[in-house]
Write a protein that binds this ligand. Structure first.
Ligand code: F0G
Length: 466
């Protein structure tokens, strides 16, 4: 039998020097960053798992495409290739290029949303939520119940609950202008959505005369999970599976910084002629001419190449296998995380690791800060700091269902050895137990506070008590 390591289907042609700065320096950086991991200089980070977004290593073919990219303002050859690739993949006629995912969200929400509107999604990503709420609309999360249970190992925990969606239509009726599904469900643990769930959700939307948009940043990883886990899908190609879920929906928004294996880019693709026209009008004001949309010709060319490369099943098996392997090593150490492992990340269960730190003292932020201090690793809290919000019914401030720390794995960047180091460091931080203190906010901006806020250990004391 062949051994089952997630083998890399590439060899390394260019390397980048990284360095682990001494602990005393890390302590200084953490203090200067006021415990906000987004403020730490990248040069002071050894392994950066803050995000899998825009952090991929591009291939030799992508770099070649960068060099031969066509920089014409209008109708460039690179635009043709970008448009053709996306049309073929999604089956949608209209392609609107954007510089990244949130620009696509801003365009779509700007055109379709009004105050009091309600947008159901399995789980809104933070920028999606912010774009919806910025218009005075309500971002309604309708993920299935298994998706809220960190210990359930259900195969499709990203699924949208059709019952919750039906209830939303019964309650809000024509206040719902469109529905979204995030695949894979990033804020719900990188968990996949099944083909059957996309089909059923689309049927409910269409019965109410409302379009379904896929937030498809990680569509290829989602398709790989469908191939492995959904009955009747094992013999299909990744591309055929993806084409089917796009066919059920009416359009998609993509941050190309994930599964298009590039450092910048995004798009909207859709079938509706009138809506496409309105989006293109706005695009010219906000992003650029409709054949480049805030991107250079070379960026368009790299996206087109990346969208083809990501469909390679051998790549996806290695990619998702590498994340799963990180999960296995954490499990061997008994570090609790959301099961099963996500496609692009492991989500540590900070509430279980630090039961003595209540949500309003940010257990996920505390773990993240200690992980940097102990090992020079940058992770990201996905919990109360990011997602505490006002409940639309009661008006009360509520914490999200889970307090998580995301270890997002950049594509084709780190080795298995480096990820072993990460798993071992997480175990060491877990072993600090109740010596690890919670934090309090010293200053915060009005929206998306996790990016910019400043914190300190409770009462201005030490992060790790002696
Ligand atoms: N939708 C999803 C599901 C995302 O994960 C992201 C970004 C966006 C939209 C916004 O795209 O960054 O290109 O503007 N996620 C990154 C992350 C930032 O770290 O998960 P963007």
């Amino acid at each position: 039998m062949e051994p089952d390591l997630p083998f890399e289907p590439y060899r390394i042609k260019v390397v980048e020097r990284i360095h682990r700065v001494p602990r005393a320096e890390r302590e200084q950086h953490l203090r200067e960053a006021e415990y906000n991991i987004f403020r730490i200089p990248s040069a002071a980070i050894y392994i950066d798992l803050l995000t899998d977004s825009g952090t991929a290593a591009m291939s030799d073919r992508q770099w070649a495409a960068m060099v031969t990219g066509d920089e014409a303002y209008a109708q460039s050859r690179s635009w043709d290739e970008f448009e053709r690739t996306i049309r073929h993949l999604t089956g949608y006629r209209h392609v609107i290029p954007c510089h990244q995912g949130r620009a696509a969200e801003n365009l779509l929400c700007g055109v379709l949303l009004e105050e009091r509107h309600v947008v159901p999604n399995n789980t809104h990503f933070d920028t999606t939520r912010a774009n919806v709420e910025f218009r005075g609309a309500v971002a309604l999360d309708c993920v299935c119940d298994e998706g809220l249970d960190p210990d359930s190992d259900a195969p499709f925990k990203g699924n949208l609950s059709v019952a919750k969606l039906e209830a939303a239509f019964a309650r809000y009726g024509d206040r719902i202008p469109f529905v979204m599904m995030t695949i894979t469900n990033n804020s719900g643990g990188g968990q996949p959505v099944s083909l059957a769930n996309v089909r059923e959700t689309a049927a409910v939307c269409h019965a109410h005369g409302v379009p379904l948009f896929l937030d498809c940043a990680r569509f290829a990883e989602n398709a790989w999970f469908i191939k492995r886990r959904e009955r009747g899908q094992a013999d299909r190609t990744i591309e055929a599976i993806a084409q089917e879920f796009f066919r059920h929906a009416d359009g998609c928004l993509m941050s190309a910084k994930k599964d298009a294996l590039v450092n910048i880019g995004g798009f909207i693709a859709l079938t509706d002629d009138k809506l496409a026209e309105r989006l293109a009008e706005r695009l010219i004001v906000q992003e650029g001419f409709p054949t480049y949309g805030g991107l250079a010709g070379r960026d368009l060319a790299a996206v087109a190449e990346g969208l083809r490369e990501v469909l390679d099943e051998e790549y996806l098996t290695y990619r998702i296998g590498q994340v799963a392997r990180l999960g296995e090593r954490l499990a061997a150490h008994g570090v609790p995380f959301l099961k099963p492992a996500g496609g692009h990340a492991i989500y540590l269960d900070a509430r279980a690791i630090l039961p003595h730190v209540p949500p309003r003292r940010f257990p996920g932020v505390s773990f993240t800060a200690a992980l940097y201090l102990e090992a020079g690793i940058r992770a990201c809290e996905i919990g109360s700091l990011m997602f505490e919000h006002v409940d639309p019914d009661s008006g009360a401030l509520v914490s999200p269902a889970m307090e998580l720390v995301r270890l997002a794995v950049p594509r084709r960047v780190y080795t298995h050895t480096q990820l072993d180091y990460v798993a071992d460091a997480c175990a060491r931080v877990r072993d600090l137990g109740d010596r690890l203190q919670g934090l309090e906010i010293v200053w915060q901006p009005p929206a998306l506070r996790h990016f910019l806020c400043r914190l300190r250990p409770i009462g201005g004391g030490r992060l790790i008590a002696s």
